[in-house]
Design a protein around this ligand. Structure first.
Ligand SMILES: [Zn+2]
Length: 95
């Protein structure tokens, strides 16, 4: 691996609910209300935080739209997950 700078979560474990996104770090997790949200940086994809992660429930929150997020992720050469699966996951969940 090596291109990930996000600790315990391998990129293929991402599960993003819905298509809401937060341009700035959310004050609290929309799912559990926890206030310790951290930025998730993916080297090679975007210079800065690409998404947010709740420190309690571990849910990922988008910083950009799904389309933009995927566009950034496609810059990563060593993709360890299938982008089609992501779309399936997103489409399968209520907004
Ligand atoms: Zn949470």
């Amino acid at each position: 691996m090596g291109f990930l700078k996000m600790g315990k979560h391998p990129i293929d474990k991402f599960r993003i609910k819905g298509n809401k996104f937060w341009k700035t770090k959310p004050d609290a997790c929309p799912y559990c209300g926890f206030t310790d949200i951290s930025g998730v940086e993916i080297l090679g994809a975007y210079d800065g935080d690409l998404m947010w992660e709740c420190g309690n429930c571990g849910e990922f929150l988008l910083r950009f739209t799904q389309k933009t997020t995927i566009k950034h992720l496609q810059k990563v050469e060593e993709l360890h997950f299938n982008l089609d699966d992501w779309e399936t996951i997103w489409q399968g969940l209520p907004n």
